[in-house]
Design a protein around this ligand. Structure first.
Ligand SMILES: Nc1ncnc2c1ncn2[C@@H]1O[C@H](COP(=O)(O)OP(=O)(O)OP(=O)(O)O)[C@@H](O)[C@H]1O
Length: 364
């Protein structure tokens, strides 16, 4: 395992006209399980391929601990990589496919057997170990590919690029928890690329959110949910995502239209700002004794475990998540409250502050 440090690393596929990955400095800490999360085209595969050596970055330097590897090809980096689709020797048995990366590195036979059997047991491959790989269905083949990526003890990192895409949805949950188990067992540095927030949040110690070629926030799943640093994180994580409403700061007070919704925590210059608050924290009916903003209820989605109350504030949609069986009715005007400790202020999409309570004032 190694600490992997990117120093000013960026990549352009068109000679510097556009950046698939904007120059960034970032460290993957040794032994941690990371998810690299972002929408299609944001640069996830580019970043992964730069770490593995499949791609040389246009700018910047890469370090594995204190060894610079910027110009070192994949074979010299000791990286295990698992791709979206199976990469196997079709004519070999599953056992031999799993053993291959170890035999290649002259690991002693008893150790090979021990490791192959351990990975096989964890991934549920025991009953197909003697079968030729070409006779497996695509999902099983991919699980074998995953096993090949995880079987080595000595690797700088294991990189997984959307590894569960072809796997049956019902198996995905099991495999994700197996991956966690194997990670605990081996202590590998894992980087798991996905565009699926559930996959990222259930798997990783730390989620790195990438958008438009830059890291917009990295943190534990709860941090990303409770304390988004960027509007994109608010939208991309959570279902539905964070509500965003235009507002104005004036005299230390935040207003939507003419309604005061809170004070500004700390010092912020007056002017336009955007308020971000997750549906889980919007209080329909207002905060007890606190400020609120009038909203027209436009609909209620009954989700079974909870309701989603859809409303409109000055022409902007807001969603509140409430208990199931709520009595809010479309067309009614209700006050919405935004709890100060769960409501953030954004300028140019980046968080610039948060709300503070407006002491002793009721709905404006
Ligand atoms: N070989 C290439 N040549 C030119 N442009 C490329 C190449 N590979 C990727 N790109 C572009 O670079 C940007 C980042 O692509 P990348 O594949 O890294 O994103 P991604 O987040 O992995 O997307 P996906 O989830 O769809 O695989 C995209 O705009 C893509 O079109």
């Amino acid at each position: 395992m190694a600490e992997i440090r990117l120093e000013g690393v960026g990549h352009s596929y068109d000679g510097g006209r556009t950046w698939a990955l904007r120059p960034m400095t970032w460290t993957w800490r040794s032994g941690r399980a990371y998810a690299l999360l972002g929408p299609s085209g944001c640069g996830k595969t580019t970043l992964l391929n730069i770490v593995s050596g499949l791609l040389t970055p246009t700018v910047g330097r890469i370090w594995f601990d204190d060894r610079e590897v910027t110009g070192v090809p994949t074979a010299g980096r000791d990286i295990a990589q698992v791709f979206q689709f199976p990469v196997l020797y079709e004519e070999m048995t599953v056992y031999d496919n799993l053993a291959f990366p170890l035999r290649n590195r002259k690991v002693p036979a008893p150790e090979i057997r021990r490791r192959v059997l351990r990975v096989s047991a964890m991934l549920g491959l025991d009953d197909v170990l003697r079968r030729r790989s070409r006779r497996l269905d695509p999902g099983r083949k991919q699980i074998v590919s995953l096993g090949r990526g995880l079987v080595r003890a000595q690797v700088a990192a294991v990189l997984l690029d959307e590894p569960l895409t072809v796997v049956d949805p019902a198996l995905k949950w099991t495999l994700r928890s197996k991956l966690k188990e194997i990670h605990r067992d081996t202590g590998h540095t894992l980087v798991y690329v996905t565009h699926d927030q559930t996959e990222a949040l259930t798997f990783a110690d730390e989620v790195v959110v990438l958008n438009d070629g830059r890291i917009v926030q990295a943190g534990r799943p709860a941090e990303l949910f409770l304390s988004p640093e960027h509007e994109f994180v608010g939208h991309f994580i959570g279902s539905p995502g964070m509500n965003v409403l235009p507002a104005e700061i004036d005299g230390g007070v935040v207003r939507i239209g003419r309604s005061e919704v809170g004070a500004v925590a700390g010092e912020l210059p007056p002017g336009p700002v955007r308020i971000g608050v997750r549906p889980e924290f919007v209080q329909v009916g207002g905060l007890p004794g606190g400020p609120g903003v009038a909203a027209r209820v436009t609909g209620v989605d009954r989700m079974g475990s909870h309701d989603l109350v859809r409303a409109e504030v000055g022409g902007h949609p807001v969603i509140a998540r409430t208990e199931a069986g709520s009595s809010w009715t479309p067309g009614a005007v209700e006050f919405l409250g935004f709890p100060a400790d769960r409501t953030f202020l954004f300028r140019d999409e980046v968080r610039c502050g948060s709300l503070a309570p407006l002491d002793g004032r009721g709905p404006a």
